[in-house]
Design a protein around this ligand. Structure first.
Ligand code: F0G
Length: 346
C-alpha cells in the first residue's frame, strides 16, 4: 500500500487525485540503544533518510505532485536548500512534469545537487541565499503557469503530517515530546497538524510538546527578527526568514513547546553521536533535533521515563563533506600484514 492510499481519508485525496508513489513514507521509528538511556528517557528516532530521495520532503512532494497532476499542471518550481529540489526533481521525472529548481549558489550539499541534476530538473543557482531564491520563485509562480511546490503549497504540509500519524500508529500513543529541526518551519507545522488531527479524531488522548531547533547562525524565530545573512554548517536549515514562521510559533505555543537554537558544534557532535551510538547516519540539519535533546537534558527538562521522538529528517550520505571536513586524516600503511597488525594494536 502507498502512503496516499493508507491515509487517503485524512488527506486532500479525492476520486480525481492520482495515487502516485515512489515508495515514500513508512519510515522506521527506531528505539535507541544508547542515547535514550544516557538521558533517562525512552527515545525513538523517526529516520526519514529511508525515503526514496533520502529525506522527509518526499511525503509532502508526493501529495503536492499528485494535486498538481490532478489540476493538469505541466511544470513545477521550487526554491531549495537541497532536499526539496531533489524530491521535486524525482517526482517530476517519474510523473511527467517539468521541474525547475532554484538554489543558493555554492550552498547546497554535494549529494543533493547531484540528485537534482541526475533526475533531469532544470537547475538554476542564484547569487543569494535560500530566502532570496524563495522570493523569486514565489513571484514567478504567481505570474506564470507553474505550480510552486515549496511548503507554502498547503499540499506539502498535508503530505508531511503523515509522519505524525505513523509515529502514533506505531507507539499507540503520542510522545511526550517531539524534537525536530526548524528551517523554513513547514515540518514543525505539518507534524502539529498531524498530531492535532489524530487528537480530534480520538486516536490520541493528549498532544506532544513540539520542540523545534534552529541553528544558532540561522535562528530568526528564536531571535525574533529576520536574519539577513544566515550561516550554518547545517546547510539544509540555512534560512533567515522562514515561510511558515507564524504557523511554527502557533504550533510551539499551542503545544506548550519551545523553539530554541543549537550551535554548529553541538549539531556536529550530535550527528557523530547518532552515528556512533545508534548506527544511523543523518545529515547535519537532522541532528539539530538530538542536539536539542542534549541541550534540554542538561537544563534538566526530563524527569525520567518520558517518551520522546526525534525526527532525523535526511540521510547523511547527501552531505559527506560535512563529515570529512571535520574528520582527522585516515592512516595509510604499507601493503603489509604486520603493519596492519601493529596499527590496529592486536
Ligand atoms: N532537515 C532537513 C534535512 C531539511 O532539508 C530541512 C528543510 C529541514 C530539516 C527543515 O524543515 O524547512 O520544514 O523547517 N529543507 C528545505 C529544502 C528548506 O529546501 O530542502 P522545514
Amino acid at each position: 500500500m502507498t502512503l496516499l492510499e493508507k491515509y487517503k481519508d485524512l488527506l486532500p485525496v479525492n476520486s480525481k487525485t492520482p495515487i502516485i508513489s515512489l515508495g515514500e513514507g513508512f519510515t522506521p521509528l527506531i528505539e535507541t540503544k544508547h542515547l535514550g538511556r544516557m538521558f533517562g528517557i525512552d527515545l525513538f528516532l523517526k529516520y526519514e533518510g529511508t525515503n526514496p530521495t533520502g529525506s522527509f520532503k518526499d511525503r509532502g512532494m508526493v501529495m503536492a505532485i499528485a494535486k498538481a497532476l490532478e489540476e493538469g499542471a505541466k511544470s513545477v518550481i521550487c526554491a531549495s536548500t537541497g532536499n526539496t529540489s531533489a524530491s521535486a526533481a524525482a517526482y517530476a521525472a517519474a510523473f511527467d512534469l517539468k521541474a525547475v529548481v532554484v538554489i543558493p549558489a555554492g550552498k547546497i550539499a554535494m549529494g543533493k545537487l547531484a540528485q537534482a541534476m541526475i533526475y533531469g530538473a532544470k537547475v538554476i543557482q542564484v547569487d543569494g541565499n535560500f530566502d532570496d531564491c524563495l522570493n523569486i520563485v514565489k513571484k514567478v509562480s504567481e505570474d506564470y503557469p507553474v505550480v510552486l511546490v515549496n511548503s507554502l503549497n498547503p499540499n506539502r504540509l498535508e503530505g508531511q503530517k503523515t509522519a505524525a500519524f505513523e509515529i502514533v500508529d506505531i507507539l499507540g500513543r503520542s510522545p511526550d515530546y517531539h524534537f525536530l529541526p526548524v528551517g523554513n518551519a513547514g515540518n514543525i507545522t505539518a507534524y502539529w497538524m498531524g498530531y492535532t488531527q489524530y487528537h480530534k479524531g480520538g486516536k490520541i488522548s493528549f498532544l506532544p510538546r513540539m520542540m523545534g531547533f534552529q541553528a544558532e547562525g540561522a535562528a530568526p524565530i528564536v531571535r525574533g527578527h529576520v536574519v539577513e545573512k544566515p550561516e550554518t554548517v547545517a546547510t539544509a536549515i540555512r534560512i533567515g526568514n522562514p515561510a511558515s514562521w507564524k504557523k511554527a510559533e502557533k504550533a510551539r505555543d499551542e503545544s506548550h513547546g519551545i523553539i530554541d537554537m543549537v550551535s554548529d558544534e553541538e549539531i556536529l557532535n550530535a550527528q557523530r553521536m547518532i552515528a556512533s551510538e545508534e548506527g544511523i547516519f543523518c545529515e547535519p540539519a537532522s541532528a539539530s533535533s538530538v542536539a536539542g535533546i542534549v541541550k534540554m537534558a542538561k537544563k534538566g527538562l526530563f524527569r525520567g521515563g518520558e517518551v520522546v521522538v526525534a525526527t532525523l529528517t535526511g540521510n547523511g550520505l547527501k552531505d559527506p563533506d560535512a563529515v570529512l571536513n571535520a574528520t582527522p586524516n585516515i592512516v595509510t600503511i604499507p601493503n603489509d600484514v604486520k603493519a596492519l597488525v601493529k596499527e590496529v594494536g592486536f
